[in-house]
Design a protein around this ligand. Structure first.
Ligand code: LER
Ligand code: MN
Length: 270
């Protein structure tokens, strides 16, 4: 397993669970200095980052791009895949496709997290799930054309009323028969929704494509009460060799959160 740390470039996401903020070059330098293998970046738009500049930063610091987040699609542009407005749903799909165009040359998957939206009047839950299924099916086609992966992230009940557990996501994706969509297991959301985090990982093992590495209180791993060892054992047992990516609050400050994350990573992964 490899370590990664989040960098958020979206001012509208201020207060969110991201370690580094605003300055991509400084964040890459700090991530490398703390010993992370990769960065996970949340850009404000698909064309906000110059790919050449990013390539240079990653090469200079010997970092990989672990994943690209799309929180801006919702927080900045108010786009969701389950909006009652067809034009908004289409724009949301277009936004995610362009994010995939940006991310795929870096061999980085794109995340569908908050852009999945939720069922709210006039959209009922079955209709929202149909919209979500149609959108993921279309996005899966695009991912297949690009040879890339899309990550679908189940969120906790306070953020969505669609799919809250890994098992919900496995069942849903199997039903729509996507080829390139994997599940993002966010240990913070899972701490709220799953009866047992290790069992949930074990039962979804072959479909997990990325992990958001956070403690029970969404602080850096080790600053809460999640027992990580059985979760890591379940990931290893399932053959997971991807990232543990710190999507955590920058508390008490970014550098302390980064140091705590990498210390815990080394302790439990080796
Ligand atoms: C995104 O990765 C996530 O976990 C959600 O809570 C949206 O912030
Ligand atoms: Mn997450």
């Amino acid at each position: 397993m490899k370590s990664a740390v989040t960098i958020c470039l979206v001012p509208e996401a201020r207060g969110g669970p991201f370690v580094y903020w605003d300055d991509l070059a400084t964040a890459c330098q700090q991530a490398a200095a703390r010993g992370f293998d990769a960065v996970e970046i949340f850009p404000p738009d698909p064309d906000a980052i110059d790919p050449q500049e990013l390539r240079g930063l990653l090469d200079d610091h010997e970092l990989s791009l672990a994943a690209v987040g799309t929180a801006a699609g919702w927080l900045k542009h108010r786009l969701t895949l389950t909006s009652s407005e067809e034009t908004t749903r289409d724009k949301a799909i277009g936004f995610l496709q362009r994010m995939m165009d940006f991310a795929s040359p870096f061999e980085a998957p794109v995340i569908v997290g908050s852009m999945q939206g939720k069922a709210e009047a006039p959209v009922t839950q079955p209709v929202a799930l149909r919209y979500l299924g149609n959108a993921l099916f279309k996005l899966d086609e695009h991912a297949h054309d690009l040879g890339t992966t899309l990550l679908y992230e189940p969120l906790n009940r306070y953020e969505t009323n669609l799919l809250n557990t890994l098992a919900d996501a496995v069942q849903f994706l199997n039903a729509i028969q996507t080829r390139q969509v994997k599940i993002l297991a966010d240990l913070y959301h899972m701490n709220i929704e799953e009866a047992n985090l290790a069992d949930a990982v074990r039962n979804a093992a072959t479909m997990i494509g990325h992990v958001h590495f956070a403690d029970s209180n969404r602080r850096a791993p080790g600053f809460g009460h999640t027992d990580f060892l059985p979760i890591i054992a379940a990931l290893v047992e399932g053959g997971y060799a991807g990232y543990l990516s710190a999507e955590v609050l920058p508390l008490p400050d970014s550098d302390t959160a980064a140091r705590q994350t990498i210390a815990t990573f080394r302790q439990i992964v080796g």
